[in-house]
Ligand binder design. Structure first.
Ligand code: C2E
Ligand code: MG
Ligand code: MG
Ligand code: MG
Length: 283
């Protein structure tokens, strides 16, 4: 598998569903102890405004450094964390850690930026989620306008529950994004009525936008729809200048991808993007 992180190979496990019960249980048990053993850390990936070439934010992404297996991809352990319910405390750790890091960067004097944090289904379904997040932000002293919560289309299937939850989150003052947009179910009716701020175009559409005319049509349509609905639109998985050029022509607002940077540790993020905001930007 080609998933790489700072040159370190990320271990891909078998999909959770194909795993032997014993193996899965072992991983779940290891996951259960991972928080207290401090085996998690966050990496950050910059989000860049396509018009000004300025960095406008960063996405926090979870990493698990397993004592025996090494780095395990979130694609493999998030589903297990989700099914076992462990995602709730883990997700809370992510929220706290990401918000604190963002606050620390602001205290260090860097220009305030918005931090994107992925929410899982279980987290999103917690009735007191807005209250919890409100407490975290208050404790840390971070202005909610610098927090972006990423949810996926599948989390809004139960329209009423999703609407109420999003309303409570919006009342906090945070930003709401729909991640992996285009890969799940969503009706135009729902897009019009849900209190959301941004669509993130899934990287599967961006990846071969130059060769696949269907993908080009999809990216262009999502972008133009976002403009009409007055939503922000960010492209995920931008890896080359041709894709960047195409997205600029479509007036896509922001982009994220290996072209700018892979997700990196906080210290590196600071050096490459906060101290020297334009370093690493393709000219
Ligand atoms: P996502 O939220 O859609 O995150 C973007 C993923 O695309 C990240 O994978 C990132 O490393 C990868 N990526 C970014 N740019 C490029 C690119 O140019 N090319 C390619 N090939 N990939 C790119 P990562 O970090 O492995 O995370 C995978 C997924 O795991 C995330 O997808 C998200 O759904 C989930 N995840 C990660 N961290 C968390 C977390 O803290 N909480 C929850 N609930 N889920 C998380
Ligand atoms: Mg995301
Ligand atoms: Mg995702
Ligand atoms: Mg995504």
């Amino acid at each position: 598998h080609n998933a790489k992180d700072q040159g370190v190979e990320i271990r891909r496990y078998m999909p959770a569903m194909q795993m032997k019960a014993k193996e899965r249980l072992k991983l779940e048990n290891d996951l259960r102890r991972a928080l207290e053993r401090k085996e998690f850390y966050l990496v950050y990936q910059p989000q860049v405004n396509l018009e000004t070439e300025e960095i406008v934010g960063m996405e926090a992404l979870l990493r698990w450094n397993h004592p025996k297996s090494g780095l395990i991809s979130p694609v493999d352990f998030i589903p297990i964390a989700e099914e076992s319910g462990l995602i709730v405390p883990i997700g809370e750790w992510v929220l706290k850690t990401a918000c604190l890091q963002n606050k620390l960067w602001q205290l260090a004097g860097y220009r305030p930026l918005c931090i994107s944090i992925n929410l899982s289904m279980r987290q999103f379904l917690q009735p007191n989620l807005a209250g919890k997040i409100g407490m975290i932000l208050k404790d840390i002293g971070l202005d909610p306008c610098y927090v972006d919560l990423e949810i996926t289309e599948s989390m809004t299937l139960d329209k009423e529950t999703a609407f109420e939850q999003l309303k409570r989150l919006k009342e906090l003052g945070v930003f709401i994004s729909i991640d992996d947009f285009g890969t799940g179910y969503s009706s135009l009716h729902y897009l019009k009525n849900m209190p959301i701020d941004r669509l993130k175009i899934d990287r599967s559409f961006v990846s071969d936008v130059m060769n696949d005319t269907n993908n080009a049509a999809i990216v262009s349509t999502i972008t133009s729809m976002a403009h009409h609905l007055k939503l922000k639109v960010t492209a995920e998985g931008v890896e080359n200048k041709e894709q960047l050029q195409f997205l600029r022509q479509q007036h896509c607002h922001d982009a994220q991808g290996f072209l700018f940077s892979k997700p990196i540790r906080a210290e590196e993020f600071e050096i490459f993007f906060l101290k020297q905001p334009l370093l690493g930007m393709p000219s």
